[in-house]
Design a protein around this ligand. Sequence first.
Ligand SMILES: Cc1cc2nc3c(=O)[nH]c(=O)nc-3n(C[C@H](O)[C@H](O)[C@H](O)COP(=O)(O)O)c2cc1C
Length: 192
Amino acid sequence: MKPMADGRDGLRQLAERIRGRRSTNLFLKQKVSKKLIRDAIELARWAPNHHLTEPWRFYVLGEQAIAASIELIRDNAARKKDAAYGDFKAESARAVPGWLVVTCKKSPDEILQREDYAACCCAIQNLMLYLSEAGVATKWTTGEITRDARFHRILGSDPDASFIVALIWYGYPKVLPTQSRQPLENILTELP
Ligand SMILES: Cc1cc2nc3c(=O)[nH]c(=O)nc-3n(C[C@H](O)[C@H](O)[C@H](O)COP(=O)(O)O)c2cc1C
């Protein structure tokens, strides 16, 4: 494989992008263009996937679907605690400008299921990195709504045939948090 035209600069930029991507759910109101999201999804699916199963499906939510999802979040939170908590969670969700869901095909084969889930996660990272490069931040969420059959009904997806890997909130960030990782030595074993 040929190195990128600008060699080291390209590698450094890629490393900076990977390191600089941050999760947030504090977004500006400004909408993200549909074209950018479509481009991100087009790129996401170039992720590795064993047996070329392409197990992912992407759902970009419009206003109606977002409104229904917010009500679901309200309902789940209210049941968990109380109505005030439901309203609080619904209000936070309402402030999120962009909603995207990634599902994974269900498989009766345990190994294939793990591989397909892994492939979906790789696709999501592709998507988040691409958006990050475009100045759009994301938050991968796996809140209760992602395990709620009613969410599948909103999406029009089949809960017997697929499960939700991520609800991804996206938008132009108000602020990006700082993050750190533990020292490399803690997680790396180099064998002779
Ligand atoms: C599988 C998965 C599920 C996640 N679910 C949630 C979630 O439900 N709520 C949340 O606030 N963040 C969630 N996150 C985001 C992580 O909390 C976040 O990646 C972590 O804090 C590291 O921050 P960074 O993404 O800025 O590096 C999830 C991340 C992954 C990979």
